[in-house]
Design a protein around this ligand. Structure first.
Ligand code: TRP
Length: 336
């Protein structure tokens, strides 16, 4: 097995929505089909332990996310698609690098700092109140995900850049302390991948509860689109596409020519009712086939399990011998 050219993880929390699709799933599905790339995509279920303590929700989310990626056309035979907790080498590596990671580096992690600030704002006497070691050291687990496969490029959102920098820092320490085993990974922030607006016009996100699920029923999809906030301009009044949530969602799916045509119809004053109906029809036609595949997969979780097991076996062709090498290098090895 070769080093990973691209590697990225998807935390298994929540239900996949349209924003996840245009921001993460669609670009990953495209590169999964590229025969020249060795890409790794995994379900970060150990990461999901940090915030969610409900076993059923974790199972459900893992199932939904795996089904969504496959239904959307992930070429799981060409890439390596696996579940983090099926790779025991990852937590082993996590401990090895935990012992090389400066506590001060983790003190500076955004997620931890934000939690401390929330406690201080709430006037808690303990600024670490309710903060687990999982949250505190989560960048180390993420570093292990990446270093385990010596990944070169890590496609992530802007909020994750700091974690990739920390990974480089940790890898460099290992290379310096023991032996040069690790490549220093780079964050690949895709500026062109769309950030979708949600029902209220803010970024579509689970935390704002303004999302449209990728695989609701056709009826639900229509209902959600009808709920999107617009201004009160009447039909026939010219409208500004640049500030319109409906338009921005349309644009994230449509071709350039279709987007230009739609912009022209905005200046001619397309009515909100018509626009909503057209947006619904457009997205529904894209989701129709994948929705059928998704529903089939959801009814046959053992098919998904088989795909994940095959993926884990392929991932471990790399991680087992590589962890062996790492352990030898730090002196965790057989005595005779
Ligand atoms: N922390 C990432 C997120 O919340 C998910 C993730 C876990 C990840 N491990 C990773 C992303 C390794 C890239 C590489 O989005």
């Amino acid at each position: 097995m070769k080093n990973a050219d691209f590697l990225t993880g998807i935390t298994t929390s929540g239900t996949p929505h349209l924003g996840n699709y245009v921001g993460a799933i669609r670009p990953a599905v495209e590169s999964s089909k590229n025969p020249d790339l060795n890409s790794y995509y995994f379900l970060a279920d150990y990461h999901s332990l940090i915030k969610n303590h409900d076993p059923k929700k974790r199972q459900q989310s893992t199932l939904e996310i795996a089904a969504a990626w496959i239904a959307m056309g992930l070429d799981y035979k060409n890439c390596v698609f696996y579940r983090q907790s099926d790779i025991p080498e990852i937590p082993e590596l996590t401990w090895i690098i935990t012992c090389l990671t400066a506590k001060g580096l983790m003190n500076r992690a955004h997620a931890y700092k934000a939690a401390v600030q929330d406690n201080e704002a709430d006037k808690n006497t303990d600024s670490d109140k309710a903060i687990t070691m999982g949250l505190f050291s989560y960048p180390i687990l993420m570093a292990a995900d990446i270093l385990m496969f010596n990944a070169k490029n890590v496609p992530v959102g802007k909020d994750q850049i700091q974690h990739i920098e920390m990974t480089r820092d940790i890898a460099a320490r290992f290379n310096h302390q023991y032996k040069k085993l690790f490549i220093l990974p780079e964050a690949k922030v895709d500026e062109s991948s769309a950030i979708l607006a949600g029902l209220d016009g803010r970024k579509m996100s689970k935390s704002y509860n303004n999302f449209i699920p990728l695989f609701g029923t056709q009826k639900q999809l229509r209902k959600m689109i009808m709920k999107i906030t617009t201004n009160s301009l009447a039909p026939d009044e010219p409208k500004d596409p640049a500030t319109c949530t409906l338009f921005s969602i349309y644009k994230a799916f449509a071709t350039q020519a279709q987007t230009r045509d739609m912009a022209a119809r905005y200046s001619q004053g397309i009515g909100w009712g018509t626009m909503k109906q057209e947006l619904f029809e457009y997205i529904d036609q894209i989701l129709k086939e994948p929705r059928t595949r998704y529903n089939e997969l959801m009814e046959n979780p053992s098919d998904i399990e088989t795909i994940l097991q095959e993926g884990a076996a392929r991932a471990r062709q790399f991680s087992v011998p590589f962890l062996d090498k790492i352990k030898k290098c730090v002196g965790l090895t057989s005595l005779g």
